[in-house]
Design a protein around this ligand. Sequence first.
Ligand code: ZN
Length: 67
Amino acid sequence: MSSSDHAAGRNQSTGLAHAVLAETADLPAPWAAVCGASVDVVQGKWSGPRGLGSSSPCPECRRLAES
Ligand SMILES: [Zn+2]
């Protein structure tokens, strides 16, 4: 699985960007990140500026989404 299979999610309380599986990103809220964290909003691709390119991507999601 590559990072292109993930959407970028964001937890509003921590400000961290998390990776959400693309197939679950199409479902209604709530979402869960691949690291298990809850996600409040999904916005764009994990590989894009809202995900890995953001100022605070979740390290655990980065590790899990790359493997
Ligand atoms: Zn995460």
